[in-house]
Write a protein that binds this ligand. Structure first.
Ligand code: G3P
Ligand code: MG
Length: 243
């Protein structure tokens, strides 16, 4: 079972920052997951919440900030003094560093109330082409089906995953309609039967966000392919060979 560093490595570095990507590299992770959205001037930035309040020293909605204003916020000091000076990265810079480090990136497209899925998808797609990022090193995911529909057209070669909390009864129809390669679900609600059905239908199955190895110890036997975790180091300690 592959370990994917959630929001970088959110237990060891401020989430969704370049410092987190460096931690992932230090731990030898193959994959990280990040969240992206658009600034007011339509730059794609790596940040989870609709507002900057929790993870920076600023206030207000990401979409109200121009990139230059956002870049001036401190996105590391809240986590620890040694991370002061980290800022909210642009996706292009994050992917450039990931490419240097040889880390694959699951880009989760975040859509809040007034966001326009088509605009975000077009911008993400464009920067991937412009900078020539290796499509084999990327995976898209979203709770918003429209994002997956747009990305299917814009970047058909990059695999897509539907994000859900609970696996819905019609999961297979949804995955077929969106031509997804994977289903991403909350580990808490996954049953063995569901896992085996998803795997038998030929999809990859990735579960978020499991921070206690004990709680997912049966998942490899159920066929789960990847776990998102803030604490990959705990898994590596429990079973170094599986890192
Ligand atoms: O992509 C998996 C997981 O990150 C989804 O939830 O809220 O942490 O982005 P969230
Ligand atoms: Mg996420």
């Amino acid at each position: 079972m592959i370990l994917c560093g959630h929001r970088g490595v959110a237990s060891l570095a401020p989430e969704n920052t370049l410092a987190g990507l460096e931690k992932a590299h230090q731990l030898g992770l193959e994959w990280v997951e990040i969240d992206v959205q658009l600034t007011k001037d339509e730059k794609v930035v790596v940040i989870h919440d609709e507002k900057v309040n929790r993870c920076t020293n600023g206030k207000g909605k990401v979409r109200k900030y121009d990139w230059e204003q956002l870049a001036r916020l401190d996105a590391g000091g809240w986590f620890g003094a040694e991370f002061a000076g980290q800022h909210v990265p642009r996706l292009r810079d994050y992917l450039a560093r990931a490419r240097e480090l040889g880390i694959r990136v699951n880009i989760e497209l975040k859509i809040y109330d007034k966001d326009n899925p088509a605009r975000l998808c077009r911008k993400v797609s464009k920067l991937i082409d412009k900078h020539g990022f290796d499509k084999a090193g990327l995976l898209f995911s979203s709770f918003e089906p429209d994002c997956l529909r747009y990305l299917q057209v814009l970047q058909p070669e990059i695999p897509r995953a539907l994000l859900v909390e609970h696996i819905p009864d019609d999961w297979q129809t949804r995955l077929e309609q969106l031509d997804c390669a994977a289903l991403h679900c909350n580990y808490r609600y996954l049953s063995r039967e569901q896992a085996e059905a998803v795997k038998a239908a030929g999809y990859r199955l990735h579960c978020y966000t499991a921070n206690h190895p004990d709680k997912v110890k049966d998942f490899p036997a159920w066929g789960v392919d990847m776990i998102f975790t803030d604490k990959p180091q705990d898994y590596q300690q429990a079973s170094p060979a599986e890192g």
